[in-house]
Write a protein that binds this ligand. Sequence first.
Ligand code: SF4
Length: 229
Amino acid sequence: MLKELIDQFYLDKQRDKEQTHFYVTDAGKCARALFFKFKNAPRKEIEANILRLFDHGDHMHQLIMKPLLGIRDIHVVASEVNIPPQEIISGRCDAIVSDGKSLYVLDIKSMNSMIFDKLSEPKEENVDQLQLYLHYFKVPKGILLYVNKNTLNLKEFLVSYDQGRAFSLLNDLAETKKQIDSGKMPPRLSDYPGNWQCRYCQFREICGMAGAGQIQWEAFKNKVEFIAK
Ligand code: SF4
């Protein structure tokens, strides 16, 4: 009885989530998938246990913040800090910390052992997100701290602000916004379906139906309306 109710609680939370602005986590992501999210296109439902894992990630963050708040050599300047309000994007970094000499934006990511053990450098999509935090907070350095969910081991990587990369990510999002507003569905990723984003994409079915190139959403959306959201 409880299992079904708890599963349903999570499944209900993800329904009809039309996206109206970008999040920092969208940086560097497939423009077509972002387009589909804004258009509230039919998508494959995420299973309840995966949604619970997202919640579990939040607990990992708390687990890391607790000792940080008690360490004398590190000062947590602020935690859960929103980027300054502006038109294109919103987001909240985990913390801004100081070692007494420099400020660092801290972004905490949790993952399973299989991914954690292979990690010898930060994941590109995490660096993209961190670059936008560094950009908006005007902090020159950041730390990506990875937590192994199975063993609770840690790995950390120092990342320096790269203005060119941050501008390029923001330009891409601005371009995607134009495509969303004009109803021009962006093309697929050039390495579809091998790209890692395609493997986890909730829109893979309708993306396959749409073909590779740019097309008009109005002409395509009638073909996918029959697919249950
Ligand atoms: S399947 Fe791949 S190319 Fe298509 S929307 Fe998803 S991530 Fe983008």
